[in-house]
Design a protein around this ligand. Structure first.
Ligand code: EPU
Length: 455
């Protein structure tokens, strides 16, 4: 597997970011307007779904991020013709789908976890699929046991080989009853992408129901799939013999929206996030308001701003939808260092998602990590020696420091911490941020941030 720096350089370079480091001058509020595009965590899956169609698909509102580049490369090595139309539309033509070798898939996948989602579609199209060693952000162990177990239930044969995993389906894929031990987003997508063309009916219990998953279901229904979402995390899929291509405008990126909202709060700023919508962000908006942030919901986006006065501490627990998303906590923690009093964040989705707080402590924040489940119910990580609860004592005036980006969301929080700090900071490995934040350098510039890029 690549080093963190190699990952960062490759991710940044793929979207034209040549710098590895940014030197930022803090203390200036971020003010202005930015526009969102489609959600990273939907767009990449929608691209994979195009493999299932007999005809080409058209995906709109595709952001220029390196994770999209990775999936584009992976589709191309499997024979899918991917062409861009205008600024943000992709045409995906799967007429000539073909197998690819482990080494080629591995080279294109880089540190991405997306290859796992190619399994069902490729098994349907070609009868076999390969998955190399998987990466993704280093925020926990991130196993794929739910994925492999689900695929086995459909009738896939999983063969672990030195270079990765080879899957075959000697008797075709058949609908199955599957229950997830935890409502995993990726495993739910795996089941959806496999069940839609499997023979017979699939019942998935314990499904994740994030808005990005609902949008993937919208896409699959447009393609001809029959999927019902029942109460209590039950999804039923009736397999069909043929799916067509789709035309779809991707759901907006609510993780990016929450990140800019937190940036507005942490820097005393005022940011209009074009394309953000209320209904997918209800839980975030409640917490944002409790911390002391203000927002105005408009038809074309949401204005997030610091209304003046003191920020207040909160106790939050990250959770699957409709809970407070794990991806929202890192940027918000920066704002919590400025709140008057003790905040607690209990991370229950990933066991190691507080690595980014070391940098905030270097900048003067008072943050302690604990192994215990603080401030809420016991979670899966409680007895397992993971520092997954954070106690943040504020308010602190952050000061500049030299920090290294550890993962995507942590990286964004380092940028806003630096922009809210007194003095100068240098943030290295910024290429990782390009995995999920489109044109973040241009957006920072448009919001009045004071920085220089260094190669
Ligand atoms: N898990 C297992 N076994 C599995 C799969 C998951 O134990 O086979 C565990 C994971 O280790 C984790 C938990 O289940 O503790 C949740 O993982 P999930 O499968 O839901 O996450 P994912 O599909 O790998 C997606 C997003 C993440 C986001 C999570 C939760 C994509 C590409 N990634 O990951 O996004 O945090 O769902 O909503 O969609 C990000 O955007 O920065 C990011 C990390």
């Amino acid at each position: 597997m690549n080093t963190l720096l190699e990952d960062a350089q490759a991710a940044g370079a793929s979207v034209g970011l040549t710098a590895d480091r940014i030197t930022l001058q803090g203390g200036k509020p971020l003010v202005g307007r930015i526009e969102l595009k489609g959600a990273k965590n939907l767009v990449t899956k929608a691209m994979v779904a195009s493999l299932l169609g007999e005809t080409p698909s058209e995906l709109r509102s595709v952001p220029e991020i390196s994770d999209v580049r990775v999936v584009k490369g992976l589709l191309e090595v499997h024979g899918v013709k991917v062409s861009a139309v205008g600024d943000d539309t992709l045409l995906l033509d799967p007429a000539n789908v073909e197998s690819a070798h482990f080494e080629v898939i591995d080279a294109y996948a880089g540190s991405s976890r997306i290859p796992i989602l190619f399994c069902g579609p490729l098994l349907h199209r070609l009868g076999e699929a390969f998955i190399p060693d998987l990466g993704g952000c280093r925020i926990g162990d991130r196993p794929i046991d739910f994925h492999l177990e689900s695929l086995r239930r459909f009738g896939a044969v999983v063969d672990k080989q030195p270079q990765g995993i080879r899957l075959t389906a000697p008797n075709g894929l058949k609908g199955a009853k599957i229950e997830l031990a935890y409502p995993s987003v990726g495993a739910t997508e795996q089941v959806l992408l496999t069940a839609v063309r499997a023979e017979g009916t699939t019942e998935l219990r314990g499904a994740a129901v994030e808005p990005e998953i609902m949008d993937l279901i919208n896409i699959l229904q447009k393609m001809g799939a029959i999927i019902s979402v029942d109460t209590d995390r039950v999804i039923r899929i009736e397999g069909v013999e043929r799916l067509e291509g789709f035309k779809h405008t991707a759901l907006f990126d609510r993780n990016e929206a929450a990140s800019w909202a937190a940036a507005a709060l942490a820097t005393n700023g005022d940011i209009f996030v074009g394309g953000a919508r209320q209904s997918e962000m209800l839980t975030f908006l409640n917490v944002f308001r409790k911390v002391g942030g203000a927002f105005e919901i408009q038809d074309d986006g949401i204005r997030f701003y610091h209304p003046g006065g003191k920020l207040k501490p909160v106790i939050i627990e990250t959770d699957v939808h409709p809970g407070f998303m794990t991806d929202w906590q890192q940027p918000l923690v920066v704002a919590l260092t400025k709140a008057e009093g003790v905040s607690i964040v209990h991370e229950t989705v990933y066991e190691q998602r507080f690595g980014f707080t070391d940098a905030l402590v270097d900048m003067g924040a008072h943050i302690q990590l604990h192994r215990e489940c603080l401030g809420g119910a016991q979670c899966r990580f409680g007895q397992r020696n993971f520092n997954h609860s954070a106690v943040i004592v504020g308010p602190t005036e952050l000061h500049g420091a030299d920090v290294v980006v550890p993962d995507l969301r942590g990286g964004f929080s380092h940028l806003i911490a630096a922009l809210s700090a007194e003095g100068t900071s240098t943030v290295s490995n910024v290429g990782i941020i390009a995995r999920g934040y489109e044109n973040f350098i241009e957006k920072l510039r448009a919001l009045g941030a004071d920085f220089v890029l260094e190669a």
